[in-house]
Design a protein around this ligand. Structure first.
Ligand code: AMP
Length: 428
């Protein structure tokens, strides 16, 4: 199948061919015709499937064909994403695919000054990509009008719910016109997602590709058992001996991310960290230097890494296993994207054997173990509890949320869940 046969207009076909795509991915083949017809969509697709172009291309086409008759520009399409990084990436896709069209777009997210965003919106945009928290900040400052929205996209809806954005999303929905086209994308279909979609979607077409957890089939995985104290040494050894030039490394906490980054740099391996405590500028810089090859290693926590889109990322290392087994699948989904082969390895110490079991149960397979002679685990070391398990992390979320409450109390928003998410970002 070709992009031409989907009935896309020439400006979009030109942009797609300039991007180098020869044929639409399965989610694009399925979703684009429905969206062009004006149908609501319930899309089951993870990142890496091409879903962004799958909704952006037909969205642009629909906006062109229902060109506004009003003199001033109004926001006609709203895309909500869970994270700043994903918002930036979706906005980049909107720019790329829409570059031959006269439509204007912008992106708004927290962590950066609100004033330039206000100015851009005031100048007029057709498409707005936003994270829910910052969008509501604009709403409360009355710097945004959502009453003309024709198309709403909820991207990675499951992740938005996981992050406690449901109340924010409901507040945003209340500001949108009743009659609109809604496209909801989610990697998983939990009961919560079903409830949301039932209340939001009107006879949606169900489009689904790549069953959940397929990354675990596409990506080759290995576990290297090693003592906790020797993980950093083994990582440097792997990067050096295999001569990896681009590797994404996951840690559970921002503290370990920072320390590991420093140690790798000391070892002469250029590394940068990306997590919720870094300013937006630092995160963007770290990501672009990693993409351009200036930095060999990007060390990330789970929230920060969500939605990172790097073409053909060859290696992902779990320096520490995640507390939540599903995060393992998200992590390894960063490699082997859009059909490329990828390799994911996990450095696992005795403390993490239970987490490993949970992961193997989830992905329904045993991950092969390879022990390096020089890094054999010491059998006399007894497992210790993992310091920042879920319960403890949630406590620290609450504490951070309390610390933040004076600041947030001044705002009209009274969303405890969202506050606790912000606390979680700070805690990681
Ligand atoms: P996404 O799932 O939207 O994050 O896209 C994953 C990656 O696939 C991105 O790097 C896209 O640029 C790329 N991509 C999207 N559509 C296609 C296509 N039709 N052919 C090849 N690559 C694509």
């Amino acid at each position: 199948m070709s992009f031409e046969s989907l009935g896309l207009r020439t400006e979009l076909l030109r942009a797609v061919s300039e991007k180098g795509y020869s044929s639409p991915s399965p989610i694009q083949q399925q979703a684009i015709p429905y969206i062009l017809e004006g149908r609501d969509i319930m899309g089951g697709a993870q990142t890496g499937t091409g879903k962004t172009a799958g909704f952006t291309l037909p969205l642009l086409q629909r906006l062109m064909s229902s060109a506004s008759t009003k003199k001033s520009r109004a926001i006609r399409a709203l895309v909500l994403t869970p994270t700043r990084e994903l918002a930036a990436q979706v906005a980049e896709s909107v720019d790329t695919y829409g570059k031959h069209l006269p439509l204007k777009s912008t992106v708004i997210f927290g962590g950066v000054s609100i004033n330039p965003q206000i100015k851009k919106i005031r100048d007029g945009v057709d498409i707005l990509v936003a994270t829910p928290g910052r969008l509501l900040d604009h709403v409360s400052q009355k710097t945004i009008d959502l009453s003309q929205v024709e198309i709403l996209v909820l991207d990675e809806a499951d992740r938005m719910l996981d992050m406690g954005f449901i109340r924010d999303i409901r507040k945003v929905l209340a500001l949108l016109p009743e009659k609109k086209q809604t496209l909801l994308f989610s990697a998983t279909f939990s009961n919560e997602i079903k409830t949301l979609s039932n209340s939001l979607l009107n006879s949606p077409a169900l489009v689904e590709v790549a069953q959940r957890n397929t990354a675990s089939e596409r990506v080759s995985q290995v576990v290297h058992p090693v003592d906790k104290k020797r993980k950093r040494e083994l990582l440097s050894f792997l990067i050096g001996s295999e001569n990896w030039q681009q590797v994404l490394v996951f840690t559970r906490t921002k503290h370990v991310a920072n320390r590991l980054t420093e140690q790798l740099n000391t070892d002469g391996i250029s590394a940068a960290a990306i997590h919720g405590n870094k300013s937006q500028g630092a995160r963007t810089k770290a990501l672009s230097e990693f993409k351009s090859g200036k930095t060999r290693v990007l060390v990330a926590t789970d929230i920060a890494a969500r939605g990172i889109d790097i073409n053909q990322l060859p290696h992902v290392v779990n320096f520490e296993l995640p507390n939540v087994a599903e995060d393992y699948v998200h992590r390894i989904g960063r490699t082997g994207r859009a059909g490329n082969e990828g390799e994911a390895m996990s450095l696992v110490c005795v403390d993490e054997l239970k987490l490993l079991k949970d992961i193997e149960r989830l992905i329904k397979r045993e991950i092969p173990k390879v022990v390096f002679d020089d890094y054999k685990p010491d059998p006399s070391i007894k497992p210790e509890p993992i310091q920042n398990g879920r319960g403890q992390q949630q406590n620290s979320r609450k504490q951070s949320a309390n610390k933040n409450s004076r600041r947030t109390a001044a705002k009209p928003r009274s969303n405890n869940q969202n506050r606790s998410y912000r606390g979680a970002e700070a805690a990681r």
